[in-house]
Design a protein around this ligand. Structure first.
Ligand SMILES: NC(=O)C1=CN([C@@H]2O[C@H](COP(=O)(O)OP(=O)(O)OC[C@H]3O[C@@H](n4cnc5c(N)ncnc54)[C@H](OP(=O)(O)O)[C@@H]3O)[C@@H](O)[C@H]2O)C=CC1
Ligand SMILES: O=C([O-])CC(=O)C(=O)O
Length: 267
């Protein structure tokens, strides 16, 4: 077996789209000894940043910097706008906003770029786990899955207000249906549902979304049934203090995916 590549002696150039909660956590995980980050945001500025983080003005500048990989940590519109171009240019991408892949046209453009450039793109498990088990049984003819998302009302503040609802005292059922429909309806809060849908295709997946005052964190419940057995996963995630929609484990998951992608070359 070939020896794993030695970690780089100098910081590796990495790219990021978005510099909010996830971006800041990733820049803290991969600090100045490890990484030099090139970051693209909509506004081009993002306040005070560590010295190993530099803004780029546009996607052309990010591509020209030739980062070893780019992490998308911005939102579904950023996946659509930038990921096909990066992959076509030969730059591997890790996608956080997996919900964007619910749009078949977006998924097809990224896949076409991948086939043309033979450059990988991947989705990290993000806020959930157990996807290896899910993928193992997904092809069984009777496999079926249920996913329930329970987040505190703070994570749904804008959406509840827009519908004139309050979940301060009692849980509010916000959605029941497919992961694709859930993700399109609630693009900021349902990436986990689409991540699960991608892992479990072609098995059917039903999704239920609840704003629940009884939970203190972002709770993701997955139930799997097939001839191979039954499985239940429950993730009670600590929300980020700066964005209650985003669980703290998500940045750790993106970091693990980056280490896997760059196969030992990150310190
Ligand atoms: N897979 C998973 O389990 C999870 C996925 N996510 C995804 O990750 C995304 C980021 O999460 P988080 O860091 O908490 O969000 P934040 O809102 O804290 O930060 C988002 C950042 O992205 C920038 N941004 C937004 N849209 C664009 C765009 N089109 N182009 C460039 N930059 C953009 C924003 O800056 P500005 O507005 O100035 O452009 C901001 O810097 C979420 O939107 C969600 O889709 C989050 C949690 C879990
Ligand atoms: O699915 C998402 O978009 C994010 C999420 O639930 C979480 O971070 O817990």
């Amino acid at each position: 077996m070939a020896a794993p590549p030695a970690p780089s002696a100098v910081p590796i150039q990495l790219g990021m789209i978005g510099f909010g909660v996830l971006g800041r956590e990733l820049a803290a995980i991969f600090g100045p000894d490890t990484a030099l980050w090139r970051v693209l945001t909509r506004t081009g500025s993002f306040g005070q940043v560590p010295r190993h983080v530099n803004a780029v003005a546009n996607i052309e500048a990010l591509i020209a910097a030739r980062p070893a990989a780019v992490i998308e940590a911005a939102g579904q519109t950023a996946v659509e706008a930038y990921v096909p171009r990066l992959v076509a240019a030969g730059i591997p991408v890790i996608i956080a906003s997996t919900g964007a892949l619910a749009n078949p046209a977006v998924a097809a453009r990224i896949e076409a770029a991948h086939r043309q450039s033979r450059t990988p793109y991947l989705t990290a498990p993000g806020a959930i786990g157990g996807l290896d088990y899910v993928a193992s049984v997904a092809g069984l003819p009777d496999a079926r899955l249920r996913y329930i998302s329970r987040k505190p009302p703070a994570a749904w503040a804008e959406e509840l207000a827009a519908r004139g609802l309050s979940a301060d005292r009692e849980a509010v059922d916000l959605f029941e249906g497919t992961a694709e429909a859930a993700t399109l309806l609630y693009p900021r809060n349902l990436n986990a549902a689409l991540t699960l849908a991608l892992a479990c295709r072609p098995a059917p997946l039903s999704v239920r979304i609840i704003a629940d005052p009884a939970v203190t964190g972002n709770v993701h419940e997955i139930e799997v049934e097939s001839v191979a057995g039954r499985a239940q996963f429950r993730f009670a995630n600590v929300p980020s203090p700066d964005n209650p929609k985003t669980s703290r484990v998500t940045a750790l998951s993106l970091a693990a995916a980056l280490r896997g992608l760059l196969a030992g070359s990150l310190r």
